[in-house]
Ligand binder design. Structure first.
Ligand SMILES: Cc1cc2nc3c(=O)[nH]c(=O)nc-3n(C[C@H](O)[C@H](O)[C@H](O)COP(=O)(O)OP(=O)(O)OC[C@H]3O[C@@H](n4cnc5c(N)ncnc54)[C@H](O)[C@@H]3O)c2cc1C
Length: 415
């Protein structure tokens, strides 16, 4: 392709598309509506806690091959940290029990046969029905494929799936749950190591990408919001911004990497997911205990995961829609009360911030999953990207990056 590729949106989908194309020597201009890149995966300075925090804690797994490859290509893979093995610490707030789930590296799940490594209260045979999640029938919800009760469900499947799908798991798409299980648990511990951007999402995933794009000659225009597209039969003719129109030549192409509710506003008539789920994050300015695991799963609580960062303790609650209208002060107190009980930190509330992302991800139900379009459109010079396009994965960093790479591959092959 000889022309210029205009990429709309500098989230991870847009950035990965830009990187893939720039690496091939393609002329690229990224247009981002806001003042910052990263979209739903960003760091910002927060006055309440007086430090730079992430909009939400993001967990990657060592099996997220596209995300890790992206990090290597922008020279930032060393910023991701995690334990040497696939270890997950848990505490049950109701019973006070604590345990570490420890997957072995290979695909044969020896950990299931080792009482000290498997989920407490489970027996090896309990794990057999999980095989039904590997290749479920089309269009089914998780609750139609496996039994969503019992210790194995409550202590492994629910925390894994609520985090990965961002929905109450029985309602979640079995197809998307299967993709997660096949790419992580079924591969073994080497695909399940938890990885965290300890220095923040911005310094790890976003700023190095912007630096690399600049080195490769790509242009990134901030505060450059796409308002409309002039559509002709078979192609996009022009892009409309507040400061004017960009007419597209025959060799130019567009990758639309915006959220679905924006995509549908500039492309009326396309089918996109229309329902969303929230993620709630609470950040507390306090030094975590020296022996705190980097990430701790909490059961029978409002809190789901506690992350320990230098000088900060952060909490993630996925499928957090029920907490969207809870007064902020009350929510901070409820969450901190649980964190203090679990960690032994003082009960007095430290400086805090609550970040509620209402439309954190599309609702990963079978019905919404079926609405996800593929990357190709009826306009030959327009390709879609974003975690909500049909990647076969839930809305995750890995899905967003794969969608960006896929869009770049399609555009690179345009005549
Ligand atoms: C709180 C939270 C926690 C999460 N936790 C995890 C996790 O632990 N692990 C994980 O893998 N994933 C997690 N995710 C999901 C992950 O953040 C997303 O899947 C990913 O960032 C989506 O990237 P994207 O590029 O598809 O979309 P977005 O990040 O939404 O990017 C779209 C971009 O388009 C821009 N834009 C919109 N309209 C216009 C316009 N008209 N013109 C120009 N630009 C426009 C936006 O400003 C934005 O920058 C989490 C998400 C949230 C919100």
């Amino acid at each position: 392709m000889d022309g210029t590729v205009h990429i709309i949106g500098a989230g991870l989908a847009g950035l990965s598309a830009a990187l893939s194309l720039s690496e091939r020597g393609q002329a690229v201009i990224v247009h981002e509506a806001t003042t910052f890149a990263g979209g739903r995966c960003r760091s910002y300075h927060d006055a309440s806690v007086g430090m730079t925090i992430d909009n939400g804690n993001h967990l990657l797994l060592s099996g997220n091959r596209a995300a890790l490859d992206f990090l290597r290509r922008i020279g930032a893979d060393h910023w991701l940290v995690g334990p040497d093995g696939a270890e997950f610490s848990f505490v049950d707030l109701a019973s006070g029990e604590r345990w570490i789930l420890h997957f072995n590296d290979g695909p044969l799940p020896f950990w299931i046969f080792d009482r000290s490594r498997r989920v407490p209260g489970t027996r090896p045979l309990d794990y057999l029905p999980l095989a039904r999640l590997l290749w479920p029938p089309a269009g089914k919800a998780v609750g139609e494929v496996i039994d969503c009760k019992g210790p194995l469900y409550q202590r492994l499947v629910e925390p894994l799936l609520v985090g990965a799908l961002n929905i109450d798991p029985p309602l979640g798409s079995a197809r998307l749950a299967a993709a997660i299980v096949r790419e992580t648990l079924a591969v073994g511990g080497r695909a399940c190591r938890p990885l965290i951007a300890r220095e923040g999402l911005g310094p790890t995933l976003v700023e190095p990408a912007l630096v690399r794009l600049q080195e490769l000659g790509a242009t990134v225009r901030m505060e450059h919001q796409l308002r409309a597209m002039r559509l002709a039969a078979g192609r996009i003719e022009a892009l409309e911004f507040a400061d004017g129109l960009i007419e597209l030549g025959d060799d130019d192409a567009v990758i639309l990497a915006v959220p679905p509710y924006i995509a549908v506003s500039v492309l009326p008539g396309i089918e996109v997911p229309t329902e969303f789920r929230a993620i709630v994050n609470a950040h507390f300015r306090i030094e975590p205990p020296a022996d705190a695991p980097a990430i701790l799963g909490v059961l029978n609580a409002t809190v789901q995961w506690i992350f320990a960062f230098p000088g900060r303790v952060s909490v993630t609650i996925s499928a957090g829609d029920r907490l969207i209208d809870t007064p902020r002060e009350q929510l901070a107190k409820t969450i901190w009360d649980e964190v203090a009980r679990v960690t032994g930190l003082p009960a007095i509330l430290p400086p805090w911030q609550i970040v509620r992302e209402r439309r954190a991800t599309f609702a990963a139900t079978p019905e919404q999953d079926a609405k996800r379009p593929g990357p190709a459109t009826q306009w030959r010079n327009l390709v879609l990207a974003g975690d909500w396009t049909d990647t076969g994965l839930p809305a995750t960093i890995e899905g967003a990056i794969r969608s960006g790479n896929r869009a770049a591959d399609i555009v690179a092959k345009l005549p």
